[in-house]
Design a protein around this ligand. Structure first.
Ligand SMILES: Cc1ncc(COP(=O)(O)O)c(C=O)c1O
Length: 459
C-alpha cells in the first residue's frame, strides 16, 4: 500500500470511530442520578475488534517481495498476449509442440498403482518409502556400489532436489564441524538461499570462464585448493545449471584428488541424471568416482526432470558414510531434521518412481523415453547452432553444441536479453540462460532471428 492509501485508510478509520462511539450524553438530557459514561470494564469489550480495525491490516507494513528471478520469467511470459512468444526461462521439458510431457511409463505406473487395491494412503515413515530409497541409491551409485553392499549409505526421501539439498544442508549445519559450503560461480540461483537458510555460510569458487564460455578449470582448482580443510563443496553431478559446462572425466579425476587430499566434503547435486547424455550411468560417473575411493559424500537427487515428475516433488538425499554404524546414526539424525520440518514425505510420486525402478520392463521403457528427451534437446542445440551460422551471426556459437543438458549459457548480456523480450517476445533469465527443452524446430528460426538482431544492434 502506498503512503496516500495508508493516509486514506487512517482518515476513514477515524471517521468510523466518530460514527460508532456514542458521544457523552449532554447535561440537558441526563438526570443527575444517572451514572456518568464510563469505559467498559469487560475485558472482552476491550479486545473486541471494532469495525474500524477491518480497514487496516496488522500486516500493512509488509513490503511486496520481488518475483523469483527464474519463476518470474514465466509470470511475465504468461502476461504477454503475443502469439509468437516463447518461454525459454522455465527449466521444464517441452515436446516439439511446446507442450509439457507426462512419460508413458509414468502413466503406466500410475495405472498400476490405481489398480492395486492394497495401496493405502497412510503416512510414510519420516525417512519415506523404503523401496524408493534403496532404488534411488542404486540408481545414482550403481547397483554394484560397495557403499550400498556394505550398508554405508543413509538415504531419505525428500521433497525433490530442493528439499534434499535443504535437509542435507541442515544436517551439516547441526552435525558437521565445518559450516562453510563452496558453491560454483555461477550456480542455480536457489543454492545460496537454500544453504544460508539451512544454517551454512556460503562462499563461491570460480567455475565459468565467460571468455571461452567453458570451464575455468584453473580458477576452480585454485579456489578449492585455497578452501579451508574440511569445507563442504557443492558440485553439480552433470549438466551444470546455468552454464551447461561440465568438467571432462580427466578433470573430474583431478577435482576428486584435490578434494580428497584436502579433506573437503563433496555434496553432489544431481538434478539431471540421464538428461544430459541420455545415459543414466554416464551422467552419474562423477559421483561414482568419489564413492569408489571409499570417502564420504552427500548426494541430492531429483526426479523432476528425468522422470518429468516436477510437481510430484520426488527426490532423495543420500549420505555415504565410512561405516554402517555411522550410517545408522546419521539416519537417526536426519529424521530429527525432517520431523519438525514437514513430518514425512508424500507417498504418490515416490510410489511411481519405485514402481518404475523395480521392474526391468518399466525401467527399460523409462530409459528409452529419457533418452528421447535428451536427444531432442541435443538436436535443438544443433538446429540453433546451424541457424545462427546460416544467418552469419557474429561470434563463435560453438558453445551451444559443446554445452550439455537442459541449458545453454548463451553469453548474451542483460540488455540483449531485455531487447529480445521486448522486440521478439522471447523470455529467458537475465543472465542469458536459455532452456533448450523449451525450444522446438518451429521456434528455432524465431530465436535465431532474435539473437542475430540482439548481437548486431545491442551491445
Ligand atoms: C541444479 C539444480 N539443483 C536442484 C534443482 C531442484 O529441482 P527440484 O527441487 O524441482 O527437484 C534444480 C532445478 O531446476 C536445479 O537446476
Amino acid at each position: 500500500m502506498d503512503a496516500a492509501n495508508v493516509r486514506g485508510v487512517r482518515r476513514l478509520s477515524t471517521l468510523v470511530r466518530h460514527l460508532i462511539v456514542p458521544s457523552p450524553p449532554s447535561s440537558s438530557s441526563s438526570s443527575s442520578t444517572e451514572a456518568p459514561p464510563m469505559a467498559s470494564q469487560n475485558p472482552n469489550d476491550l479486545v473486541a475488534p471494532s469495525p474500524a480495525a477491518a480497514f487496516s491490516s496488522v500486516f500493512a507494513h509488509v513490503a511486496q517481495g520481488p518475483e523469483d528471478p527464474i519463476l518470474g520469467v514465466t509470470v511475465a511470459y504468461n502476461k504477454d498476449p503475443s502469439p509468437v512468444k516463447v518461454n525459454l526461462g522455465v527449466g521444464a521439458y517441452r515436446t516439439e509442440e511446446g507442450k509439457p510431457l507426462v512419460l508413458n511409463v509414468v502413466r503406466k505406473a500410475e495405472q498400476m498403482l490405481v489398480n492395486d487395491p492394497s495401496r493405502v494412503k497412510e503416512y510414510l515413515p519420516i525417512t519415506g518409502l523404503a523401496d524408493f530409497n534403496k532404488l534411488s541409491a542404486k540408481l545414482i551409485f550403481g547397483a554394484d556400489s560397495p557403499a550400498i553392499q556394505e550398508n554405508r549409505v543413509a538415504t531419505v526421501q525428500c521433497l525433490s532436489g530442493t528439499g534434499s539439498l535443504r535437509v542435507g544442508g541442515e544436517f551439516l549445519a547441526r552435525h558437521y564441524h565445518e559450516r562453510t559450503i563452496y558453491i560454483p560461480l555461477p550456480t542455480w540461483g536457489n543454492h545460496p538461499k537454500v544453504f544460508t537458510l539451512a544454517g551454512l555460510s556460503v562462499k563461491t569458487y570460480r567455475y565459468y570462464d565467460p571468455a571461452t564460455r567453458g570451464l575455468n578449470f584453473q580458477g576452480l582448482i585454485e579456489d578449492l585448493g585455497a578452501a579451508p580443510s574440511g569445507a563442504i563443496v557443492l558440485l553439480h553431478a552433470c549438466a551444470h545449471n546455468p552454464t551447461g559446462v561440465d568438467p571432462t572425466p580427466e578433470q573430474w579425476e583431478q577435482i576428486r584428488q584435490l578434494i580428497r587430499s584436502k579433506g573437503l566434503l563433496p555434496f553432489f547435486d544431481s538434478a539431471y541424471q540421464g538428461f544430459a547424455s541420455g545415459s543414466l550411468d554416464a551422467d552419474a560417473q562423477s559421483v561414482r568416482i568419489f564413492v569408489a575411493d571409499g570417502g564420504e559424500l552427500l548426494t541430492a537427487q531429483s526426479y523432476a526432470k528425468n522422470m518429468g515428475l516436477y510437481g510430484e516433488r520426488v527426490g532423495a538425499l543420500s549420505i555415504v558414510c565410512r561405516s554402517a554404524d555411522v550410517a545408522v546414526r546419521v539416519e537417526s539424525q536426519l529424521k530429527l531434521v525432517i520431523r519438525p520440518m514437514y513430518s514425512n514425505p508424500p507417498i504418490h510420486g515416490a510410489s511411481i518412481v519405485a514402481t518404475i525402478l523395480k521392474d526391468r520392463e518399466t525401467y527399460n521403457e523409462w530409459t528409452i523415453e529419457l533418452k528421447a528427451m535428451a536427444d531432442r534437446i541435443i538436436s535443438m542445440r544443433h538446429q540453433l547452432f546451424d541457424a545462427l551460422k546460416a544467418r552469419g551471426t557474429p561470434g563463435d556459437w560453438s558453445h551451444i553444441i559443446k554445452q550439455i543438458g537442459m541449458f545453454t549459457f548463451t553469453g548474451l548480456n542483460s540488455q540483449q536479453v531485455a531487447f529480445m523480450t521486448k522486440d521478439f517476445h522471447i523470455y529467458m533469465t537475465s543472465d542469458g540462460r536459455i532452456s533448450m527443452a523449451g525450444l522446438s524446430s518451429k521456434t528455432v528460426p524465431h530465436l535465431a532471428d532474435a539473437i542475430h538482431a540482439a548481437v548486431t544492434t545491442v551491445n
